[in-house]
Design a protein around this ligand. Structure first.
Ligand code: OMP
Length: 268
C-alpha cells in the first residue's frame, strides 16, 4: 500500500492526526523502568506503545535517543516496530542525508531492514542526496522546510535575491522534481507559512512538531491547516511525568490521560 493511502486510512480510522514522538531520554524515563528491567528503554517504549496505540495515527522515533543506548536501543526500535506493525504509521526521525551511496546505506537500514514507513531528512545536500529514500516508492520522505527552533532564522528564512525565502526555494525544487512520495516538516511556530502551504498543496503530507514542550499554539494551528494529510507530533508532553519517581500505575494513568487529550484536540 502506498504511504498516502495508509496515512489516509489510519487518520480516518483513529479520527486523529496525533503523532507520538518516541524520544526516550535517559534523564526523563521514570525510575521504575531502570529498577525493574534489564532493557529499560525497550520496556519504556513497549509501555508507551501498548497504552497509546489506539489514540495515535503515527509514532515518530527520534534515532538520537536510541543511539545513546547502543545495542539495547536498536533492540528497542525493532521491538517497537514489531508491536506497532500495520496499526500506525512509523516515522524514523533521523534527519539523515549524505552523498547518494551513503544515503543508500541509510535507506537499506531504516526502510528495507527495519521497515519504517517514512523518514525525516535535511535537504541541504540537494535532491540527489535523498534520492535513495525517494526511490522506495511505497515509502515517504519528510523534508525539513522550516524547523521549530530559532535556528530556522539562520538559513531557512533567509531572503534570496528573487525575494523568495530559502525554504521556499527548497520546497519548489523538490516539488518540481520527478518524485511524488515526499512531504515537508514545518515547525508549529510558523503557522502563517503552514496555512499558505497547506492551502496551495492539499495533497502533500505535512509533519508538524513544536506542540507541547516547545509551546506551539495547537488551537490556532489546527484552525490554519487546509490539508488533511497532516500529522502533529508531541513527544515530551505525552511521554514524561513531572516527577520521575512515579509508580507504574501513576505513570500509565498520566500517559493515557495526556495522550487521549492530545488525540482529541488534534482533530479537524
Ligand atoms: P517535543 O518538543 O518533546 O514534542 O519533541 C519534538 C520532536 O520533534 C523532537 O524529536 C525533535 O527532534 C523533532 N523536531 C522538532 O522539534 N522540530 C523540528 O523542526 C523538526 C523536528 C522533526 O523533524 O521531527
Amino acid at each position: 500500500m502506498k504511504y498516502i493511502d495508509k496515512l489516509r486510512t489510519i487518520i480516518k480510522k483513529k479520527n486523529t492526526h496525533l503523532t507520538i514522538g518516541i524520544d526516550p531520554d535517559v534523564t526523563k524515563i521514570p525510575e521504575f523502568f531502570f529498577n525493574e528491567y534489564s532493557n529499560p528503554i525497550e520496556k519504556f517504549c513497549e509501555n508507551v506503545i501498548e497504552n497509546t496505540l489506539d489514540y495515535a495515527t503515527a509514532f515518530k522515533f527520534n534515532i538520537a535517543f536510541f543511539e545513546y543506548f547502543g545495542e539495547a536501543g536498536f533492540k528497542a526500535l525493532e521491538n517497537s516496530l514489531r508491536l506497532i506493525s500495520d496499526k500506525a504509521i512509523t516515522i524514523c526521525d533521523g534527519k539523515r542525508c549524505d552523498i547518494p551511496n551513503t544515503t543508500e546505506a541509510y535507506a537499506k537500514t531504516y526502510f528495507d531492514k527495519l521497515g519504517f514507513d517514512a523518514i525525516t531528512v535535511s535537504p541541504y545536500m540537494g535532491v540527489e542526496s535523498i534520492e535513495p529514500f525517494l526511490n522506495r516508492s511505497d515509502k515517504l520522505t519528510y523534508i525539513l522546510a522550516i524547523t521549530s527552533n530559532k535556528g530556522a532564522y539562520d538559513f531557512q528564512l533567509l531572503e534570496l535575491k528573487n525575494e523568495k525565502k530559502l525554504f521556499e526555494e527548497v520546497i519548489e525544487k523538490f516539488i518540481n522534481s520527478y518524485y511524488k512520495n515526499l512531504g515537508f516538516v514545518f515547525g508549529a511556530s510558523h503557522i502563517k507559512y503552514i496555512e499558505v502551504f497547506s492551502k496551495n498543496h492539499c495533497h502533500i503530507p505535512l509533519l508538524i512538531p513544536g506542540i507541547g514542550a516547545q509551546g506551539g499554539d495547537l488551537k490556532m494551528l489546527i484552525e490554519s491547516i487546509k490539508n488533511e494529510l497532516f500529522l502533529v507530533n508531541v513527544s515530551r508532553a505525552i511521554l514524561y511525568p513531572t516527577n520521575p519517581f512515579v509508580s507504574r500505575k501513576e505513570y500509565l494513568s498520566s500517559l493515557l490521560k495526556s495522550c487521549k487529550d492530545y488525540s482529541e484536540k488534534i482533530r479537524v
